[in-house]
Design a protein around this ligand. Structure first.
Ligand code: PMP
Ligand code: GLN
Length: 389
């Protein structure tokens, strides 16, 4: 080892710049329409923004308690109870984190021993692979495949992915990038596997409000029999209140899991931003109506973009939730998603994400993800330009 060598540790080699950063930089550099990285181009509720500004001007500018402001932990407890009937003690069962990203990272680092396995559905959110690798764990992907217009899994493949070394099942629903919202029946299969093999479930629920088939469409895995005691549930404010740049997230779990996650979290960031915690607590208490209006608006945007993608000749998977619609690019004669994304940028000035970067297998090669969390005029302009392909 000399200083000239790449100093990055071996277990992180291969994890270069994230595809989201890469694609957003490309869009900014070339002035393209950015339907790549999932972030809204309008602001969250004004009263929440004012609460953050007032918190800064009012002196909420020093370290809040490591587990998070009591006010926010209480608001999260009330939200889980009102929405899902799940009760958590704000003192011992809730931990505030720097976005869901930190919660996922701290949970995996805290719960997975070197050599232990994590079962995860592919395509998976990019941070999962990196964090499992950083923890010295091994990922066991189970592929989601199209079936009846949505992506789902084969229960036998899920069962076959579990081995005696499996410790954690990491589940994302509503699911990025496919847009699938897992049904209760699908979750029963997942829960069965967790109970039978005594696995810990880590659930990424950041799109919990963004489901388009009714407000109750998201079923937290912890609500299924025997699951609360083994589930580490994660969510964040970014998507619910259109503040992806605030990075306020949380974990709800039984005390021994929260203690484990906090043990890691305290040495990564110690605590999350005080004024934004206060504003998110306010929003969780007071802005439920705003979040519901956002859901309705996003459902219309989903249809706006999905209709446009389909009209351009792409096989379009109209998502049940999230910010994203997936397409299969083969009907337009493209070999794979990367080739399509390059042509889309060059000929139409639109940036999107080739879904294959979220797979271990080649099952994702034909798919591309488009974000629809954008102003209508941006979506319309993109749809118009799709015809240049
Ligand atoms: N999980 C999924 C599935 C996501 O799409 C994202 C991106 N928003 C995150 C986690 C990260 O959430 P946060 O911005 O709160 O860290
Ligand atoms: N969650 C966002 C997406 O999937 C991106 C977040 C990020 O850039 N890390 O597009």
């Amino acid at each position: 080892m000399t200083l000239e060598n790449d100093p990055l540790v071996a277990r992180m080699q291969g994890f270069g710049t994230t595809v989201f950063a890469e694609m957003t930089a490309l869009a900014i550099r070339t002035g393209a329409i950015n339907l790549g990285q999932g972030f809204p181009d309008t602001d969250g509720p004004a009263t929440m923004l004012e609460t953050a500004a007032a918190a800064i001007m009012g002196g909420a500018n020093q370290y809040p308690p490591g587990p998070g402001l009591p006010e926010l932990r209480e608001a999260v407890a009330a939200q889980r109870a009102d929405r899902y009937g799940l009760t958590y003690d704000p003192a011992e069962e809730i931990l505030v984190t720097v976005g869901a990203t930190e919660a996922i990272a701290a949970a995996i680092l805290a719960l997975v021993e070197t050599g232990e396995e994590v079962v995860v559905f592919e395509p998976y959110y990019d941070s999962y692979a990196a964090i499992i690798a950083l923890a010295g764990g091994v990922r066991r992907p189970v592929t989601l495949r199209p079936d009846g217009g949505r992506f789902t899994f084969d229960p036998e493949e899920l069962r076959a992915a579990v081995t005696p070394r499996t410790r954690v099942l990491l589940l994302n629903s509503p699911h990025n990038p496919t847009g699938t919202v897992f049904t209760r029946e699908e979750l029963e299969v997942v829960a069965d596997v967790c109970r039978e093999h005594d696995l810990i479930a880590v659930t990424d629920e950041v799109y919990e409000y963004l489901t388009y088939d009714g407000p109750a469409a998201h079923v937290p895995l912890a609500t299924l029999p025997g699951m609360r005691e083994r589930t580490v549930a994660i969510s964040s404010a970014g998507k619910t209140f259109s503040v992806t740049g605030w990075k306020i997230g949380w974990t709800t779990a039984p005390p021994r899991f929260v203690r484990a996650v906090q043990t890691v979290k305290q040495f990564v960031t110690f605590t999350a931003s005080a004024p934004y915690q206060r504003a998110v607590a306010y929003a969780l208490r007071e802005e439920g109506k705003w979040a519901e209006d956002l859901r309705v608006a996003l459902r219309a945007k989903r249809d706006r973009l999905s209709d446009g993608l389909a009209a351009a000749g792409l096989t379009t998977f109209r998502p049940q939730g999230t910010y994203f619609a997936q397409v299969d690019v083969r009907p337009l004669g493209f070999g794979d998603g990367r080739e399509f994304v390059t042509a889309l940028h060059e000929r139409a000035g639109i940036v999107a994400i080739p879904t294959q970067v979220f797979y271990d297998s080649d099952a994702g090669d034909p798919y591309v993800r488009f974000a629809f969390c954008k102003r209508d005029e941006v979506i319309d302009e993109a749809v118009e330009r799709l015809h240049r392909l």
